[in-house]
Write a protein that binds this ligand. Structure first.
Ligand SMILES: Nc1ncnc2c1ncn2[C@@H]1O[C@H](COP(=O)(O)OP(=O)(O)OP(=O)(O)O)[C@@H](O)[C@H]1O
Ligand SMILES: [Mg+2]
Length: 221
């Protein structure tokens, strides 16, 4: 009787291990699918919309403004400015949806690279601080955190009218030589803030914040 029980227990442990393995394989396949899709969107955005925008800018620059009256000149300048902004946004996004640094070196290096580029080209100064003890996290966690940062950084650039912003990623529970990578269930804290106008209303047809919430939930946050 006892040996039967042990047998059943063993069977159930085997089953559990098999399920866990399957689950991990599914997660990895899902992440790979997301990665491929993300690269495709970045390439499409860059090649099609990006080049359409640059030929639009080229065409608009060719307009002879000498014959325009003052109002028309103002409209022309405004149009040029909007085109430049849209073009720069597309470039920033397409270059950073899934940058090489992320694939080769992971979240922290990709964020450092992204922030360095923004600080060189934009008026908002970003301050990035990542707990040095954090180490590498699981691929899924890094992917979701990078995606969240990308959207919130874009929101700051688009909406905040800020001059300064902070991104802070830490693991509050880390002590001594504990590395987050060794503790896959460890809590992570990501705080992204800016000194801009702030936002109060929940009514927006934007998808960004909704996606961020879904990503946080997918990480059990
Ligand atoms: N850093 C910020 N400062 C001020 N307002 C913000 C900031 N981030 C978001 N908002 C406001 O919250 C709204 C919702 O943001 P959300 O990212 O969901 O949508 P969106 O950026 O307008 O569009 P999408 O993300 O779909 O391109 C924005 O339209 C904006 O009004
Ligand atoms: Mg947004």
């Amino acid at each position: 009787m006892k040996s039967k029980l042990v047998e059943v227990q063993q069977l159930s442990t085997d089953k559990q291990e098999a399920l866990q393995k399957q689950n991990a394989e599914l997660q990895a396949a899902l992440l790979q699918g997301q990665t491929i899709e993300r690269k495709r969107v970045a390439a499409d955005l860059h090649d099609s919309l990006g080049s359409t925008m640059s030929s639009l800018i080229y065409t608009v620059n060719a307009i002879d403004t000498n014959n325009l009256d003052n109002d028309e000149k103002n409209v022309y300048l405004h149009l040029k400015q909007m085109l430049d902004t849209a073009y720069n946004e597309i470039r920033l996004l397409s270059h950073n949806l899934l940058p090489e640094e992320f694939e080769k070196q992971g979240l922290a290096e990709a964020l450092k690279h992204f922030i360095r580029k923004i600080n060189q080209t934009k008026t908002i100064q970003f301050d990035l601080s990542i707990d040095p003890q954090l180490g590498r996290l699981s691929p899924q966690v890094e992917f979701e955190l990078y995606s969240i940062c990308l959207e919130l950084i874009n929101n700051i650039l688009k909406h905040s009218k800020a001059t300064q912003a902070q991104i802070n990623l830490s693991a509050p529970a880390l002590r001594g030589s504990d590395r987050a990578a060794d503790r896959p269930n460890g809590e992570l804290k990501l705080v992204i803030s800016d000194n801009g106008i702030g936002f109060f209303s929940n009514e927006s047809d934007g998808k960004g914040i909704k996606n961020v919430k879904a990503r946080v939930e997918s990480l059990n946050g």
